[in-house]
Design a protein around this ligand. Structure first.
Ligand code: SAH
Length: 254
């Protein structure tokens, strides 16, 4: 977006989706902007595999969480983007998956707009699409799932979550940020009517070389996470579509 009140001496900030991890799953536009960038500002979800392909000559600033430390606040990230743009730099703000899905991109766009900095927004492949493709199942399926819902598990223990509304059997549910909320997800979906053996697929680091996927069901969701020591980033897929996944067969055939 080009704003009317921009100062031409400022650089442009590109808010770019990095995709789910496989370096080939970034858009051509996103990759071009990275190669043209004076500085790259990225967080924890951007995969090592993609970072390794970015020329070392492009300065990279990490703003994610490090072990035992807090991540940089959203305010501080916005200030950093503005600071570099005001130095006349072409800034790429690289975000995991699609910035438009649980990416807090609106806060960054508003801050840039208020500062009179022009920006572009480049979508990416969200984790749900990446993981589904790498596990060979479709998010929607005729007669099985007529809709798909992306849910942040972050707020799952708030009273607002309408569990009764989530237990449609003809829908695929995809929980982002769900690992620590798995006991609530499992309990509430069963309490509101889904059967204990309702299919669940857990996908850790989807599309990356060390991807793991675990097929389980609602009753065994929490135990499967613990037994397999699953870590973030992991997606929780719930619904009949994961029962159709072809990954095992294809892996065996390979
Ligand atoms: N904007 C991102 C989502 C950010 S929320 C996107 O569109 O994908 C962060 C959550 O996304 C993680 O906790 C995890 O649940 C999920 N996630 C992101 N990348 C993932 C990956 N490669 N494999 C599995 N889950 C992933």
């Amino acid at each position: 977006m080009l704003l009317n009140n921009i100062n031409q001496a400022n650089g442009v900030v590109s808010l770019v989706g990095a995709g789910p991890g496989d370096p080939e799953l970034i858009t051509r536009k996103g990759w071009r902007l990275i190669l043209e960038a004076d500085v790259l500002i990225y967080d924890a979800l951007v995969s090592e595999e993609l970072l390794a392909e970015i020329p070392p000559s492009i300065p990279k600033i990490y703003v994610g969480k490090r072990k035992g430390q807090h991540s940089m606040s959203q305010d501080a990230i916005c200030h950093l983007l503005i600071k570099h743009a005001r130095l006349g730099k072409q800034v790429v703000r690289l975000k995991g998956g699609d910035p438009l899905v649980f990416g807090r991109v609106t806060e960054e766009m508003q801050a840039l707009q208020q500062a009179g900095i022009s920006f572009t927004l480049v979508p990416g492949i969200t984790a749900a699409a990446g993981c589904a493709a790498s596990c060979y199942f479709s998010l929607t399926e005729r007669n099985i799932a007529t809709s798909v819902r992306f849910i942040t598990a972050h707020t799952c223990d708030d009273r607002e979550t309408s569990w009764a509304d989530l237990v449609r059997r003809d829908e695929t549910l995809v929980f982002y940020m769900g690992l620590s909320k798995a006991p609530i997800i499992s309990m509430e979906l069963q309490r509101h009517g889904l059967p204990p053996d309702w299919p669940v697929l857990l996908v850790e680091r989807g599309t990356q070389k060390n991807q793991r996927s675990i097929r389980t069901d609602l009753a065994n969701l929490t135990v499967s996470i613990k037994q397999n020591h699953l870590e973030a980033p992991t997606l929780i897929f719930v619904g009949q579509v994961v029962a159709t996944q072809q990954m095992d067969a294809i892996m065996r055939a390979a």
